[in-house]
Design a protein around this ligand. Sequence first.
Ligand SMILES: Nc1ncnc2c1ncn2[C@@H]1O[C@H](COP(=O)(O)OP(=O)(O)OP(=O)(O)O)[C@@H](O)[C@H]1O
Ligand SMILES: [Mg+2]
Length: 311
Amino acid sequence: MDRAGKVSNGKKGEIVIFSDELGWHIDQLKIGLNFSGIKTRILNLSSIDVFIDCAKDNFVMRNFNISPSCCFVRGIAGGSLEQVTRRLAILHQLEFLGIPIVNSGRGIENSVDKCMTSFLLRMQDIPTPDCWVLEDKATGITLINRLLDEGRKLVIKPIFGSQGVNVTLIEEKIKNDKDFEKMINFANGVYYIQEFVESAGSSLRDLRVFVVDDEVVAAMERKGQGWVHNVAKGGVCRQIIPDNFLKKLAIQSTRTVGLEIGGVDIIEDKRSELGYTVLEVNGVPAWKGLQNVSSINISEKIIKFMISKMR
Ligand SMILES: Nc1ncnc2c1ncn2[C@@H]1O[C@H](COP(=O)(O)OP(=O)(O)OP(=O)(O)O)[C@@H](O)[C@H]1O
Ligand SMILES: [Mg+2]
């Protein structure tokens, strides 16, 4: 079935989609935007050259010569610290020039860094697990052992999203540096330790709630073999109808992180007043898995929103 969003509108113009790869998501957006009479350009942020040159126009973005009506961020390739910083800076520069970007550079930065997400959620009193983020190995070992002594259950995971890879339960106290190094060989010098949340009831699952412009457009449960439920790790998806608490929580979380489109990972938590706790918020969320189990056309919702943002 063709799931591409087909939205009629009176607007004309061009939308640039930033992505480092082609595939289903890009096809859906292209087909839907094309149907709406809007030109689409797919650009890899890495291909844009920034020239700040007073002999020319003072500021020129090469490969970006037509000023688009809106930009949509579908993917930013990983790379060196320098490359990723430059790519994010391009989003900020375009925003400075008045071009609407979905999601904004700030929102993407907030959500890409799990520590920043945890901080922002906690500052808004949104239920989210305790976490400890540090760089010193010895302090990390002492802290983990103390928290385990206090009876806390802990996970350690990459501070940047990894689709469930290397999300690790800390099962016993750490005896020495070598054991710790083995456990955190993915960490790149930053240790993000988070309280493990036992799923409520018998349902071992987590929930993904997809928000577009303050509206929950679709939601699903994911059930993995163990406690890591990512689709990329074999989690099986099933549509759910979110209750009002869940909807409100997902919308608040997305807004708090500064996103207009967000995929919110939520886990049922018997200790939380609302019955839910927010694990993380994704600022460049995929929706293919969710679309497979949803009756609503998610691409169409995204396209409608992009069109509403066009200058
Ligand atoms: N603290 C926790 N308590 C219980 N389960 C957790 C916890 N942290 C992670 N999980 C499980 O592991 C999965 C992956 O963790 P998380 O979403 O934090 O990282 P990620 O999926 O690798 O990041 P991204 O979605 O940005 O790629 C969660 O969806 C959940 O199923
Ligand atoms: Mg996740």
